[in-house]
Design a protein around this ligand. Structure first.
Ligand SMILES: [Zn+2]
Length: 299
């Protein structure tokens, strides 16, 4: 079990850094399919084991721990290998790829990501994709090259793809169509509108619902989520970021995901237990079973 605190969350000034109390447990277990347990945030640091135990106590039985560079990808694979509640995703983040390319190391690092992808508990390539909000014109070539390479790695290993799409919906879709999307493609922290949700429905791409779906100013996002095919819905925290209401801005962790799940049940107008069962079976379809034998992966 690797120790936590590998990364520190930036931009903490002015935030309330106390940890919200645990929500009421969910009636049936679900999985957080996108989280970053390596981050230190808040006044009381949660190490990965504490975080997983708190999550389990409220019905979040497992997580996909997601890497954003080589170091955190290796850490994620190591954590997944040592704890049955964890599966890993590995990738160079779209804002990281241009920096790696500038140092002339993109190809070398992509080969290392491909090597990690061969490990039995690494079940996704992510987070990769496009971010036109934080990366400017000058970084786009490297970002697209990296995204395409990650798509190929996911397909070569028959594992899922987790997409980070920020202000780049059209380009993400056109890249997926040009390169050919993996069978299991997930829009992590889905932020699209009805139009993108319809494209996902047509293509069988998954929409992963995160904290912003609970925000007051997000009726359009909830509208998009409400028209998604139920069998394409997943849920995540993206912790320590994007804390759901009523704790927006406070430190996030997988144990707070029940707030997002309850709001999703409201949005869909379906009973909570039914939504939990749906989310759990969708998640296992995308990533395989958390406690399965390595041979069963991707079957
Ligand atoms: Zn993330």
């Amino acid at each position: 079990m690797p120790a936590g605190g590998l990364r520190k969350r930036a931009g903490s000034s002015g935030r309330d850094l106390s940890r919200p109390e645990a929500p009421e447990p969910l009636p049936l277990p679900v999985y957080d399919n996108h989280t970053h347990l390596e981050f230190e945030d808040g006044v009381d640091q949660l190490d990965p084991l504490d975080s997983l135990a708190r999550a389990e106590a409220v019905g979040v039985r497992g997580v996909v721990q997601v890497g954003t560079d080589l170091e955190t990808s290796r850490w994620s694979a190591q954590l997944a290998a040592s704890d049955p509640r964890v599966l890993a995703a590995v990738a160079l983040h779209p804002n990281e790829a241009p920096l790696v390319a500038e140092r002339g190391m993109l190809h070398e690092q992509l080969s290392e990501i491909a090597r990690l992808a061969a490990q039995p508990r690494v079940r996704a390539i992510g987070e990769t994709g496009l971010d036109f909000f934080r990366t400017g014109e000058e970084g786009r070539g490297a970002q697209i090259e990296s995204f395409e390479a990650h798509i190929e790695i996911a397909k070569a290993h028959g594992i899922a793809l987790q997409i980070h799409d920020r202000d780049a919906h059209d380009e993400v879709v056109s890249t997926l169509l040009r390169v050919g999307a993996p069978e299991r493609t997930v829009f992590h922290c889905f932020s699209g509108d009805v139009r993108l949700a319809k494209i996902c429905n047509e293509r069988g791409w998954y929409l992963s619902v995160a904290g912003p779906s609970t925000f007051k100013n997000a009726p359009k996002l909830r509208e998009a989520i409400s028209i998604a095919k139920p069998e394409l819905l997943l849920v995540e925290t993206d912790a320590p970021f994007l804390t759901p209401e009523p704790f927006r801005g406070r430190p996030n962790a997988p144990y707070l995901m029940p707030h997002t799940v309850r709001r999703l049940a409201d949005t869909l107008g379906r009973p909570l237990d039914e939504v939990c069962a749906l989310l759990a079976s969708n998640t296992e379809r995308v990533y395989g079973a958390w406690e399965s034998e390595p041979e069963a992966v991707g079957a």
